[in-house]
Design a protein around this ligand. Sequence first.
Ligand code: NAD
Length: 377
Amino acid sequence: SVDTTPITATLFPGDGIGPEIADSVKQVFRAADVPIEWEEHYVGTEVDPRTQSFLTWESLESVRRNRVGLKGPMATPIGKGHRSLNLTLRKELNLYANVRPCYSLPGYKTRYDNVDLITIRENTEGEYSGLEHQVVRGVVESLKIITRQASLRVAEYAFHYAKAHGRERVSAIHKANIMQKTDGLFLKCCREVAEKYPEIKYEEVVIDNCCMMLVKNPALFDVLVMPNLYGDIISDLCAGLIGGLGLTPSCNIGEGGIALAEAVHGSAPDIAGKVYMGEHDRVKDLWRHLIWSVTCSDEAQVLAAYILCGLILQNLANPTALMLSAVTMLRHLELHGKADRIQNAILNTIAEGKYRTADLGGTSTTTDFTKAIIDHL
Ligand code: NAD
């Protein structure tokens, strides 16, 4: 086993709840003695001309060098003259497939208890090619690009994944009845690849029908492969089937074996804690700033500040999705022993039901939930 050889991996804590949940991952990895050394990179404060985005060239080089990494959510700053952070990563690192496993969590009751499917999303083109322009005033145009090369590449990955993971069926999701040329080409490529895998059943399902079938009976599906926009929407729909965005992991696969794992969710600005529980110094500074003339004991200051600043002391995020993404990263590195141990600790914590975050109907903070996972290791 290679379980003890130190491996360097890039870590993008990201924005919003990103640093809070990335911190949970680091704590759990430390407690489980995972032989990973993190190379941390934050989103820059200025546009880097070499990437045309707030992501620095050095951070991209770090992933290229390490070939493996974990990414927190990134909120793209709104404005002109730069590229979206996620788009920059996908394009620059050629992250062509986004793999999102979605399965019912034992002990956490939702409408379904039999979800076990994998969505594989083409990640580099389609409606997300970033080619939009105004034709004349009042008329804009957005180009949907589908290429044979990218379609074959993602279809090949889907069938290879199905075979390697003992899956029986691949469903290509499309709207080729309306988008005959673009989705038509995507389907043609899937059919070509399907012929090379006669042991895997292949079917084609129109996207609207797919949505209806998924919410009626998710067990109808196994591995789903689809163009970019459909993948974005369907994978969130699948997250909803098992309890929400706080639970679903994903991994981006790039050319040359790069794997960048990331949670499906965004930066959740509505629950992002601006002050962490336990960061007493920052809370005290805030308090002093507010009523600096009041003199009382340190403990009383902290307590009063916590009460007064209740609205910003949130610590509410569910770190499960990022943690399970980190588990997919460990599996990519063939650290299956560590991956199993952490995954079981997460699932057992949720199944036990004593510590759950608010999105799962509980009252635990991110900190308490993380401690409970460490206790289950
Ligand atoms: P979001 O995923 O951030 O939030 C949607 C809802 O889910 C919110 O109510 C949020 O509180 C909840 N939620 C998400 N993650 C959670 C977690 N771990 N625990 C508990 N609840 C959680 O989507 P949004 O609000 O549409 O987007 C916010 C920002 O994130 C935007 O700037 C968007 O561009 C960005 N974003 C980034 C990524 C990424 O980096 N891959 C993905 C989606 C959105």
